[in-house]
Design a protein around this ligand. Structure first.
Ligand code: ACO
Length: 401
Protein backbone atom coordinates (compact mmCIF):
# COMPACT_ATOMS: atom_id res chain seq x y z
CA UNK A 1 0.00 0.00 0.00
CA UNK A 2 1.28 3.44 -0.87
CA UNK A 3 0.81 5.38 2.37
CA UNK A 4 0.85 8.76 0.60
CA UNK A 5 -1.98 7.70 -1.73
CA UNK A 6 -3.92 6.35 1.22
CA UNK A 7 -3.48 9.61 3.13
CA UNK A 8 -4.55 11.59 0.10
CA UNK A 9 -7.65 9.44 -0.26
CA UNK A 10 -8.71 9.86 3.36
CA UNK A 11 -8.12 13.62 3.30
CA UNK A 12 -8.79 15.16 6.68
CA UNK A 13 -10.77 12.26 8.11
CA UNK A 14 -9.50 11.06 11.47
CA UNK A 15 -10.33 7.65 12.90
CA UNK A 16 -10.67 7.28 16.66
CA UNK A 17 -9.57 3.90 17.93
CA UNK A 18 -8.47 4.07 21.60
CA UNK A 19 -5.95 1.36 22.36
CA UNK A 20 -5.50 0.89 18.57
CA UNK A 21 -7.75 -2.17 18.75
CA UNK A 22 -8.28 -2.19 14.99
CA UNK A 23 -5.59 0.14 13.73
CA UNK A 24 -2.42 -1.07 12.06
CA UNK A 25 0.62 1.13 12.61
CA UNK A 26 2.94 -0.42 10.05
CA UNK A 27 3.59 -3.24 7.63
CA UNK A 28 6.00 -5.80 9.02
CA UNK A 29 7.68 -8.98 7.80
CA UNK A 30 8.92 -10.14 11.20
CA UNK A 31 6.21 -11.89 13.22
CA UNK A 32 2.99 -13.54 12.10
CA UNK A 33 0.23 -13.87 14.69
CA UNK A 34 -3.23 -15.35 14.28
CA UNK A 35 -5.03 -14.73 17.54
CA UNK A 36 -8.18 -16.61 16.61
CA UNK A 37 -6.30 -19.83 15.94
CA UNK A 38 -3.45 -19.34 18.40
CA UNK A 39 -0.64 -19.27 15.79
CA UNK A 40 2.69 -17.49 16.29
CA UNK A 41 5.59 -17.53 13.82
CA UNK A 42 8.89 -15.63 13.67
CA UNK A 43 9.93 -14.97 10.05
CA UNK A 44 7.74 -17.91 8.98
CA UNK A 45 9.05 -20.44 11.53
CA UNK A 46 6.54 -21.80 14.05
CA UNK A 47 7.13 -20.86 17.68
CA UNK A 48 6.76 -24.53 18.62
CA UNK A 49 9.65 -25.52 16.30
CA UNK A 50 11.88 -22.67 17.41
CA UNK A 51 11.27 -23.27 21.13
CA UNK A 52 12.13 -26.93 20.73
CA UNK A 53 15.00 -26.83 18.24
CA UNK A 54 16.70 -23.43 18.20
CA UNK A 55 18.70 -21.50 20.76
CA UNK A 56 18.07 -17.89 21.75
CA UNK A 57 20.95 -16.35 19.81
CA UNK A 58 19.90 -18.12 16.59
CA UNK A 59 16.39 -16.76 17.09
CA UNK A 60 17.77 -13.28 17.76
CA UNK A 61 19.70 -13.47 14.46
CA UNK A 62 16.61 -14.75 12.66
CA UNK A 63 14.43 -11.92 13.93
CA UNK A 64 16.98 -9.19 13.26
CA UNK A 65 18.32 -10.35 9.88
CA UNK A 66 15.40 -12.36 8.50
CA UNK A 67 17.10 -15.75 8.04
CA UNK A 68 18.41 -18.47 10.32
CA UNK A 69 22.22 -18.13 10.48
CA UNK A 70 24.64 -20.77 9.24
CA UNK A 71 27.48 -21.79 11.58
CA UNK A 72 29.92 -19.09 10.39
CA UNK A 73 27.32 -16.33 10.49
CA UNK A 74 26.30 -17.27 14.01
CA UNK A 75 29.91 -17.45 15.19
CA UNK A 76 30.73 -14.04 13.75
CA UNK A 77 27.58 -12.55 15.27
CA UNK A 78 28.39 -14.05 18.66
CA UNK A 79 32.03 -12.93 18.54
CA UNK A 80 31.01 -9.38 17.62
CA UNK A 81 28.59 -9.37 20.58
CA UNK A 82 31.24 -10.79 22.92
CA UNK A 83 33.63 -7.98 21.95
CA UNK A 84 31.09 -5.46 23.26
CA UNK A 85 30.01 -7.30 26.40
CA UNK A 86 31.49 -4.82 28.85
CA UNK A 87 30.12 -1.52 30.05
CA UNK A 88 31.91 1.64 31.09
CA UNK A 89 33.13 1.35 34.69
CA UNK A 90 31.32 4.60 35.50
CA UNK A 91 28.01 2.74 35.02
CA UNK A 92 28.84 1.10 38.37
CA UNK A 93 28.75 4.51 40.04
CA UNK A 94 25.23 5.07 38.68
CA UNK A 95 24.12 1.68 39.99
CA UNK A 96 25.60 2.44 43.40
CA UNK A 97 23.53 5.62 43.57
CA UNK A 98 20.21 3.73 43.30
CA UNK A 99 18.49 2.78 46.56
CA UNK A 100 18.71 -0.94 47.32
CA UNK A 101 14.95 -1.40 47.00
CA UNK A 102 14.80 0.30 43.57
CA UNK A 103 12.71 -1.79 41.16
CA UNK A 104 15.13 -3.48 38.70
CA UNK A 105 12.95 -2.41 35.74
CA UNK A 106 13.54 1.23 36.70
CA UNK A 107 17.25 0.50 37.04
CA UNK A 108 17.35 -1.29 33.66
CA UNK A 109 15.48 1.44 31.83
CA UNK A 110 17.70 4.16 33.33
CA UNK A 111 20.92 2.30 32.61
CA UNK A 112 19.92 1.53 29.02
CA UNK A 113 19.34 5.24 28.53
CA UNK A 114 22.61 6.03 30.33
CA UNK A 115 24.46 3.84 27.82
CA UNK A 116 23.77 6.52 25.21
CA UNK A 117 26.01 8.92 27.11
CA UNK A 118 28.87 6.43 27.00
CA UNK A 119 28.26 5.37 23.38
CA UNK A 120 27.31 8.56 21.50
CA UNK A 121 28.19 6.97 18.13
CA UNK A 122 25.23 4.61 18.55
CA UNK A 123 22.73 7.46 18.10
CA UNK A 124 22.93 8.71 14.53
CA UNK A 125 22.85 5.44 12.69
CA UNK A 126 21.49 5.37 9.16
CA UNK A 127 23.43 2.74 7.24
CA UNK A 128 23.08 -1.00 7.84
CA UNK A 129 26.74 -1.12 8.96
CA UNK A 130 26.15 1.56 11.60
CA UNK A 131 23.00 -0.24 12.69
CA UNK A 132 24.90 -3.51 13.00
CA UNK A 133 27.48 -1.89 15.28
CA UNK A 134 24.77 -0.46 17.55
CA UNK A 135 22.93 -3.81 17.57
CA UNK A 136 25.88 -5.97 18.62
CA UNK A 137 26.79 -3.36 21.23
CA UNK A 138 23.43 -3.50 22.94
CA UNK A 139 23.17 -7.30 22.65
CA UNK A 140 26.52 -7.46 24.44
CA UNK A 141 25.90 -4.84 27.10
CA UNK A 142 22.25 -5.50 27.94
CA UNK A 143 22.84 -8.83 29.76
CA UNK A 144 25.46 -7.08 31.91
CA UNK A 145 22.85 -4.49 32.92
CA UNK A 146 20.26 -7.23 33.53
CA UNK A 147 22.63 -9.18 35.77
CA UNK A 148 23.78 -6.06 37.60
CA UNK A 149 20.20 -4.94 38.25
CA UNK A 150 19.69 -8.25 40.05
CA UNK A 151 23.04 -8.27 41.83
CA UNK A 152 22.43 -4.74 43.09
CA UNK A 153 19.17 -5.93 44.64
CA UNK A 154 20.88 -8.92 46.21
CA UNK A 155 23.88 -6.96 47.46
CA UNK A 156 26.29 -9.05 45.34
CA UNK A 157 29.48 -7.65 43.76
CA UNK A 158 29.11 -6.56 40.12
CA UNK A 159 30.84 -9.05 37.85
CA UNK A 160 31.47 -9.77 34.17
CA UNK A 161 30.76 -12.79 32.01
CA UNK A 162 33.13 -15.06 30.17
CA UNK A 163 34.02 -14.98 26.48
CA UNK A 164 34.07 -18.77 26.47
CA UNK A 165 30.40 -19.23 27.25
CA UNK A 166 27.32 -19.28 25.04
CA UNK A 167 25.03 -16.23 25.17
CA UNK A 168 22.50 -17.70 27.60
CA UNK A 169 25.12 -19.49 29.72
CA UNK A 170 26.93 -16.20 30.05
CA UNK A 171 23.78 -14.45 31.26
CA UNK A 172 23.36 -17.21 33.85
CA UNK A 173 26.95 -16.89 35.06
CA UNK A 174 26.62 -13.13 35.46
CA UNK A 175 23.31 -13.45 37.29
CA UNK A 176 23.89 -16.39 39.57
CA UNK A 177 27.64 -16.48 40.24
CA UNK A 178 28.38 -16.16 43.97
CA UNK A 179 31.59 -14.63 45.34
CA UNK A 180 34.42 -17.17 45.79
CA UNK A 181 32.52 -19.93 44.02
CA UNK A 182 33.05 -21.51 40.62
CA UNK A 183 29.64 -21.22 38.91
CA UNK A 184 28.48 -24.39 37.20
CA UNK A 185 25.84 -24.23 34.48
CA UNK A 186 22.83 -26.37 35.29
CA UNK A 187 21.70 -27.73 31.87
CA UNK A 188 18.04 -27.97 32.97
CA UNK A 189 17.99 -24.29 33.88
CA UNK A 190 19.91 -23.37 30.71
CA UNK A 191 17.41 -25.17 28.46
CA UNK A 192 14.41 -23.69 30.24
CA UNK A 193 15.86 -20.18 30.10
CA UNK A 194 16.65 -20.55 26.38
CA UNK A 195 13.05 -21.59 25.78
CA UNK A 196 11.57 -18.75 27.85
CA UNK A 197 13.72 -16.15 26.10
CA UNK A 198 12.76 -17.52 22.66
CA UNK A 199 9.05 -17.46 23.53
CA UNK A 200 9.32 -13.81 24.59
CA UNK A 201 11.54 -12.70 21.71
CA UNK A 202 8.91 -10.93 19.60
CA UNK A 203 5.19 -10.41 19.48
CA UNK A 204 4.58 -7.92 16.67
CA UNK A 205 3.05 -4.54 17.54
CA UNK A 206 2.47 -4.94 21.31
CA UNK A 207 2.67 -1.94 23.66
CA UNK A 208 6.45 -1.95 24.26
CA UNK A 209 7.35 -2.73 20.64
CA UNK A 210 5.07 0.01 19.37
CA UNK A 211 6.77 2.31 21.88
CA UNK A 212 10.21 1.36 20.56
CA UNK A 213 9.07 1.99 16.99
CA UNK A 214 7.39 5.31 17.75
CA UNK A 215 10.32 6.66 19.79
CA UNK A 216 12.73 5.39 17.12
CA UNK A 217 10.65 7.08 14.44
CA UNK A 218 11.92 10.44 15.73
CA UNK A 219 15.46 9.07 15.09
CA UNK A 220 16.16 9.22 18.83
CA UNK A 221 18.58 6.29 18.53
CA UNK A 222 18.35 2.60 19.34
CA UNK A 223 19.30 2.67 23.02
CA UNK A 224 16.91 5.53 23.90
CA UNK A 225 14.10 3.76 22.00
CA UNK A 226 14.81 0.54 23.91
CA UNK A 227 14.81 2.37 27.22
CA UNK A 228 11.31 3.68 26.43
CA UNK A 229 10.24 0.15 25.46
CA UNK A 230 11.47 -1.17 28.81
CA UNK A 231 9.31 1.40 30.62
CA UNK A 232 6.28 0.37 28.55
CA UNK A 233 6.93 -3.28 29.32
CA UNK A 234 7.06 -2.59 33.07
CA UNK A 235 3.30 -2.08 33.49
CA UNK A 236 1.20 -4.93 34.96
CA UNK A 237 -1.10 -4.99 31.92
CA UNK A 238 1.92 -5.86 29.78
CA UNK A 239 5.24 -7.47 30.82
CA UNK A 240 4.74 -6.62 34.49
CA UNK A 241 2.02 -9.27 34.49
CA UNK A 242 4.56 -12.04 35.21
CA UNK A 243 5.45 -10.40 38.53
CA UNK A 244 1.77 -9.68 39.21
CA UNK A 245 0.81 -13.32 38.49
CA UNK A 246 3.23 -14.70 41.03
CA UNK A 247 2.21 -12.15 43.65
CA UNK A 248 -1.43 -13.08 42.98
CA UNK A 249 -0.74 -16.81 43.29
CA UNK A 250 1.18 -16.19 46.54
CA UNK A 251 -1.72 -14.13 47.90
CA UNK A 252 -4.19 -16.92 47.03
CA UNK A 253 -1.95 -19.44 48.76
CA UNK A 254 -1.61 -17.25 51.88
CA UNK A 255 -5.39 -16.83 51.87
CA UNK A 256 -5.91 -20.59 52.13
CA UNK A 257 -5.80 -21.49 48.42
CA UNK A 258 -9.47 -20.70 47.75
CA UNK A 259 -9.32 -20.21 43.97
CA UNK A 260 -13.11 -19.91 43.67
CA UNK A 261 -13.07 -16.77 45.84
CA UNK A 262 -10.59 -15.14 43.43
CA UNK A 263 -12.51 -16.27 40.37
CA UNK A 264 -15.56 -14.53 41.82
CA UNK A 265 -13.54 -11.36 42.49
CA UNK A 266 -12.25 -11.36 38.89
CA UNK A 267 -15.81 -11.53 37.57
CA UNK A 268 -17.16 -8.83 39.88
CA UNK A 269 -17.29 -5.62 37.85
CA UNK A 270 -17.22 -3.55 41.08
CA UNK A 271 -13.94 -5.15 42.09
CA UNK A 272 -10.82 -3.87 40.27
CA UNK A 273 -9.17 -7.30 40.71
CA UNK A 274 -8.33 -9.10 37.46
CA UNK A 275 -7.03 -12.59 37.10
CA UNK A 276 -3.46 -11.72 36.20
CA UNK A 277 -2.00 -13.78 33.38
CA UNK A 278 -5.41 -14.23 31.77
CA UNK A 279 -6.63 -12.56 28.62
CA UNK A 280 -4.84 -11.05 25.69
CA UNK A 281 -5.58 -8.26 23.24
CA UNK A 282 -4.95 -10.47 20.23
CA UNK A 283 -5.25 -14.11 21.33
CA UNK A 284 -8.87 -15.15 21.52
CA UNK A 285 -7.77 -18.75 21.81
CA UNK A 286 -4.93 -20.39 23.76
CA UNK A 287 -1.74 -18.35 23.72
CA UNK A 288 0.59 -20.89 22.01
CA UNK A 289 3.45 -19.68 24.21
CA UNK A 290 1.46 -20.46 27.37
CA UNK A 291 0.96 -24.06 26.19
CA UNK A 292 4.73 -24.55 25.79
CA UNK A 293 5.55 -22.82 29.08
CA UNK A 294 3.01 -24.88 31.02
CA UNK A 295 4.72 -28.10 29.91
CA UNK A 296 8.16 -26.58 30.60
CA UNK A 297 7.06 -25.55 34.12
CA UNK A 298 6.05 -29.12 34.88
CA UNK A 299 9.34 -30.47 33.51
CA UNK A 300 11.61 -27.94 35.22
CA UNK A 301 10.00 -28.43 38.62
CA UNK A 302 10.16 -32.22 38.26
CA UNK A 303 13.79 -32.15 37.02
CA UNK A 304 14.88 -29.84 39.82
CA UNK A 305 12.90 -31.86 42.35
CA UNK A 306 10.83 -28.86 43.43
CA UNK A 307 7.31 -29.32 44.76
CA UNK A 308 5.75 -25.85 44.46
CA UNK A 309 2.14 -25.58 45.70
CA UNK A 310 1.82 -22.43 43.57
CA UNK A 311 1.85 -24.62 40.41
CA UNK A 312 -1.18 -26.50 41.69
CA UNK A 313 -3.02 -23.23 42.41
CA UNK A 314 -2.20 -22.03 38.89
CA UNK A 315 -3.49 -25.24 37.32
CA UNK A 316 -6.63 -25.05 39.48
CA UNK A 317 -7.34 -21.49 38.32
CA UNK A 318 -6.81 -22.47 34.70
CA UNK A 319 -9.22 -25.40 34.99
CA UNK A 320 -11.88 -23.26 36.63
CA UNK A 321 -11.51 -20.52 34.02
CA UNK A 322 -11.81 -23.05 31.18
CA UNK A 323 -15.16 -24.15 32.58
CA UNK A 324 -16.45 -20.73 33.57
CA UNK A 325 -18.99 -18.95 31.39
CA UNK A 326 -17.53 -15.47 32.10
CA UNK A 327 -14.06 -16.49 30.91
CA UNK A 328 -15.29 -18.69 28.04
CA UNK A 329 -17.60 -15.97 26.70
CA UNK A 330 -14.82 -13.38 26.73
CA UNK A 331 -12.26 -15.87 25.38
CA UNK A 332 -9.92 -15.30 28.31
CA UNK A 333 -7.17 -17.94 28.33
CA UNK A 334 -3.83 -18.06 30.18
CA UNK A 335 -1.24 -15.90 28.43
CA UNK A 336 2.55 -16.23 28.20
CA UNK A 337 3.01 -14.80 31.68
CA UNK A 338 0.75 -17.16 33.56
CA UNK A 339 3.32 -19.94 34.01
CA UNK A 340 6.64 -18.18 33.30
CA UNK A 341 7.02 -16.82 36.86
CA UNK A 342 6.77 -20.33 38.28
CA UNK A 343 9.81 -21.34 36.22
CA UNK A 344 11.75 -18.18 37.06
CA UNK A 345 11.07 -18.79 40.73
CA UNK A 346 12.32 -22.37 40.44
CA UNK A 347 15.53 -20.98 38.91
CA UNK A 348 16.07 -18.79 41.98
CA UNK A 349 15.26 -15.50 40.24
CA UNK A 350 13.62 -12.92 42.57
CA UNK A 351 10.07 -11.94 41.64
CA UNK A 352 10.94 -8.30 40.89
CA UNK A 353 13.35 -9.56 38.21
CA UNK A 354 10.69 -11.43 36.23
CA UNK A 355 9.84 -8.49 33.97
CA UNK A 356 13.56 -7.84 33.49
CA UNK A 357 13.85 -11.41 32.17
CA UNK A 358 11.00 -10.64 29.78
CA UNK A 359 12.92 -7.56 28.59
CA UNK A 360 16.03 -9.68 28.00
CA UNK A 361 13.97 -12.04 25.84
CA UNK A 362 12.18 -9.22 23.99
CA UNK A 363 15.41 -7.35 23.18
CA UNK A 364 15.97 -8.98 19.74
CA UNK A 365 12.34 -8.36 18.79
CA UNK A 366 12.56 -4.69 19.73
CA UNK A 367 15.82 -4.40 17.77
CA UNK A 368 14.37 -6.15 14.71
CA UNK A 369 11.29 -3.93 14.74
CA UNK A 370 13.36 -0.76 15.18
CA UNK A 371 15.68 -1.79 12.32
CA UNK A 372 12.75 -2.59 10.04
CA UNK A 373 11.11 0.74 10.85
CA UNK A 374 14.31 2.68 10.08
CA UNK A 375 15.17 0.73 6.91
CA UNK A 376 11.65 1.24 5.58
CA UNK A 377 12.14 4.95 6.26
CA UNK A 378 8.85 5.17 8.11
CA UNK A 379 7.64 8.67 8.93
CA UNK A 380 7.64 10.00 12.47
CA UNK A 381 4.83 8.42 14.51
CA UNK A 382 2.33 11.10 15.34
CA UNK A 383 -1.29 10.07 16.03
CA UNK A 384 -4.12 12.57 15.61
CA UNK A 385 -6.89 13.37 18.09
CA UNK A 386 -10.41 14.76 18.32
CA UNK A 387 -10.31 17.81 20.58
CA UNK A 388 -13.05 17.75 23.27
CA UNK A 389 -11.97 20.72 25.42
CA UNK A 390 -13.12 24.35 25.86
CA UNK A 391 -13.62 26.85 23.05
CA UNK A 392 -11.58 30.08 23.04
CA UNK A 393 -11.70 31.70 26.50
CA UNK A 394 -10.76 35.14 27.74
CA UNK A 395 -7.66 35.19 29.99
CA UNK A 396 -8.25 36.75 33.44
CA UNK A 397 -5.41 37.94 35.66
CA UNK A 398 -4.94 35.85 38.84
CA UNK A 399 -6.39 38.68 41.01
CA UNK A 400 -9.65 38.47 39.00
CA UNK A 401 -10.16 34.67 39.18
N1 ACO B 1 -9.69 -11.03 34.51
C1 ACO B 1 -11.01 -10.74 34.49
N2 ACO B 1 -11.65 -10.16 33.47
C2 ACO B 1 -10.92 -9.83 32.39
C3 ACO B 1 -9.54 -10.09 32.33
C4 ACO B 1 -8.92 -10.72 33.43
N3 ACO B 1 -7.64 -10.99 33.42
N4 ACO B 1 -9.06 -9.67 31.14
C5 ACO B 1 -10.08 -9.15 30.48
N5 ACO B 1 -11.23 -9.25 31.23
C6 ACO B 1 -12.58 -8.85 30.81
C7 ACO B 1 -12.74 -7.37 30.85
O1 ACO B 1 -13.21 -6.93 32.12
C8 ACO B 1 -13.75 -7.16 29.74
O2 ACO B 1 -15.02 -7.55 30.24
P1 ACO B 1 -16.37 -6.81 29.70
O3 ACO B 1 -16.48 -7.17 28.26
O4 ACO B 1 -17.44 -7.37 30.56
O5 ACO B 1 -16.14 -5.34 29.95
C9 ACO B 1 -13.34 -8.19 28.69
O6 ACO B 1 -12.71 -9.25 29.45
C10 ACO B 1 -12.38 -7.69 27.64
O7 ACO B 1 -11.24 -7.13 28.30
P2 ACO B 1 -10.47 -5.83 27.84
O8 ACO B 1 -9.77 -5.23 29.01
O9 ACO B 1 -11.39 -4.97 27.03
O10 ACO B 1 -9.43 -6.47 26.84
P3 ACO B 1 -8.12 -5.77 26.34
O11 ACO B 1 -7.80 -6.40 25.05
O12 ACO B 1 -8.23 -4.28 26.37
O13 ACO B 1 -7.03 -6.15 27.46
C11 ACO B 1 -5.42 -7.36 28.67
C12 ACO B 1 -6.17 -7.22 27.35
C13 ACO B 1 -4.81 -6.01 29.09
C14 ACO B 1 -4.27 -8.35 28.50
C15 ACO B 1 -6.41 -7.86 29.75
O14 ACO B 1 -6.94 -9.14 29.38
C16 ACO B 1 -5.79 -7.94 31.15
O15 ACO B 1 -5.79 -6.93 31.87
N6 ACO B 1 -5.26 -9.13 31.55
C17 ACO B 1 -4.60 -9.26 32.82
C18 ACO B 1 -3.19 -8.71 32.74
C19 ACO B 1 -2.27 -9.58 31.92
O16 ACO B 1 -2.21 -10.79 32.11
N7 ACO B 1 -1.48 -8.93 31.04
C20 ACO B 1 -0.48 -9.64 30.22
C21 ACO B 1 -0.88 -9.66 28.80
S1 ACO B 1 0.27 -10.60 27.87
C22 ACO B 1 1.60 -9.61 27.65
O17 ACO B 1 1.53 -8.42 27.62
C23 ACO B 1 2.87 -10.22 27.52
Amino acid sequence: IDIKTLRGATGGVITIDPGYKNTGSCQSAITFLNGEEGILRYRGYSIEDLAEKADFLEVAYLLIFGELPNKEQLEKFHNDIREKAIVDEDIKKIIEAFPKNAHPMGVLSSLTSALVAFNPSSVNVDSEEEMYRAIVKILGKFPVLVAWAMRKKQGLPLNYGSKKLGYVENVMKMMFEQPNEEYEINPIIKDALDKLLILHADHEQNCSTSTVRIVGSSHAGLFASLSAGISALWGPLHGGANQAVLEMLEAIKEDGGDTKKYMAKAKDKNDPFRLMGFGHRVYKNFDPRAKIIKVAADEVLADLGIDDPILEIAKGLEQEALNDEYFVKRKLYPNVDFYSGIIYRAMGIPVEMFTVMFALGRLPGWIAQWKEMRLRKEPIGRPRQIYTGENLREFKKISKR
